[in-house]
Design a protein around this ligand. Structure first.
Ligand code: FAD
Ligand code: EPU
Length: 337
């Protein structure tokens, strides 16, 4: 395994933070992991597993080793009349996987089109969009335990998926390296168009009985219309999670702010943080090169040369103003490094 020093990370994080890693190694085979973890020099320093870098904010240069996930490959491991079980190596780009499934007529992931990042990171925050979450088509994953050096298989219940959450963000945080994920896909796809503007977008495309390729195209169109392309403008998608509040808190907020946008979520209501931030007057705001996207207030952006600290300072001001105005505390979705 080849370890490089002072490695630039600007093109490996979608916020486009111009930082370097003290050491960098690409993981291209499972055998790389025992090799590097058995090295006492490596173990003495911090390390970070990096996927597509689309849910991270680097505050500064990384003073440790970045392990960049590069495991590739996908294979059908089982199938029956209804389902295909597809095992996907962690380093496969997420949206290429979605396109591959759609091309094969396997349904399930199409509403999750155009989310950046890798397949291996998808279970960590249980990615979700347009009425579907990763857990809906997740079967199992294999992860390498850093402590024991053994590979463990996690089924769906072991992953404890919740909205933007899983075992890997809680008790399992930083303890495992995900190696592969197996998806349970439908040979007879169920079309889900009930979220937000999806149905309307399909109608505007002239699709009265859409298939999964139409759903993918519609999701891509909506996303392109409101989310900034990280290749052009640095960002990590939603900076904060949508806060989930008890029903009684929601009723009080709704009385004071009749336009508030919310959706039922388990025992409470999930508030649209974008609406709260927008109403607090931040949409399109800019302080130096740190800003709030003009089409989606939940997305913080790097106009060019913002630092992680600039973004965090802006996020702190937004969080304080939303707390003051609505009494609701926003929590970051993005992992701060
Ligand atoms: P990274 O950012 O590289 O890593 C995220 C975390 O996972 C880090 O803590 C990292 O250490 C850890 N990690 C990564 N790979 C592994 C591994 N193999 N094993 C163990 N730990 C690992 N998210 C949504 O849920 N829905 C959306 O609609 C959505 N839209 C987005 C739109 C844009 C424009 C952008 C930029 C981001 C969006 N995101 C969305 C957020 C992001 O794309 C997802 O969270 C994605 O799953 C992150 O994948 P990644 O490979 O880039 O992870
Ligand atoms: N809204 C505003 N102003 C804004 C933004 C949003 O008023 O500036 C209101 C609108 O009423 C809109 C509602 O908020 O209808 C919800 O907005 P949107 O449909 O864009 O979804 P979101 O709740 O802001 C979530 C996810 C996104 C995901 C979309 C689509 C979170 C934190 N974010 O955003 O995921 O793509 O739904 O399903 O749950 C991400 O996690 O990085 C991400 C982009």
């Amino acid at each position: 395994m080849f370890i490089q020093e002072s490695y630039p990370l600007k093109h490996l994080n979608t916020f486009g933070m111009d930082v370097t890693a003290r050491y960098y190694a690409g993981i291209t085979s499972r055998g790389d992991l025992p090799d590097i973890f058995n090295d006492p020099d490596f173990r003495a320093k911090p390390h970070l597993v990096l996927g597509g870098g689309s849910n991270l904010l680097f505050r500064d240069d990384y003073n440790g080793t970045v392990l960049h996930m590069g495991l590739r490959g996908k294979k059908v491991v089982a199938e029956d009349q209804k389902n295909v079980f597809l095992e996907v190596a962690a380093g496969e780009p997420w949206d290429e996987l979605v396109a591959f499934c759609v091309d094969n007529g396997w349904g399930g992931l199409e509403n999750l089109s155009l989310i950046p990042g890798q397949a291996g990171s998808s279970p960590i925050q249980n990615i979700g969009a347009y009425g579907v979450e990763l857990r809906d088509h997740f079967y199992s994953l294999e992860a390498w335990c850093k402590e024991s050096g053994r590979i463990r298989t996690f089924n769906r219940s072991a992953c404890r998926f919740a909205y933007r959450n899983s075992f890997f963000k809680q008790e399992g945080k930083n303890k495992y390296i995900i190696l592969s994920v197996t998806f349970n896909l439908d040979k007879n796809p169920v079309i889900r168009t009930d979220y937000g503007g999806l149905q309307k977008e399909l109608e505007s495309m002239g699709c009265s009985s859409p298939d999964i390729a139409d759903v993918r195209a519609a999701v891509c169109r909506i996303r392109e219309s409101k989310l900034p392309d990280p290749e052009i403008t640095g960002n990590a998608g939603s900076f904060f999670k949508n806060p989930v509040v008890p029903e009684h808190t929601y009723r009080r907020l709704k009385e004071a702010h009749p336009g508030i946008v919310a959706f039922p979520e388990n025992s409470g209501m999930k508030l649209a943080a974008g609406w709260l931030i927008d109403q607090a007057g931040w949409k399109g705001y800019r302080a130096g090169d740190a800003g709030v996207h003009s089409k989606q207030a939940l997305v913080l952006i790097n106009h060019g040369n913002a630092t992680g600290t600039d973004i965090l300072n802006l996020a702190g001001r937004i969080r304080d103003s939303v707390k003051e105005r609505f009494g609701v505390m926003l929590e970051p979705e993005v992992n701060i490094v």
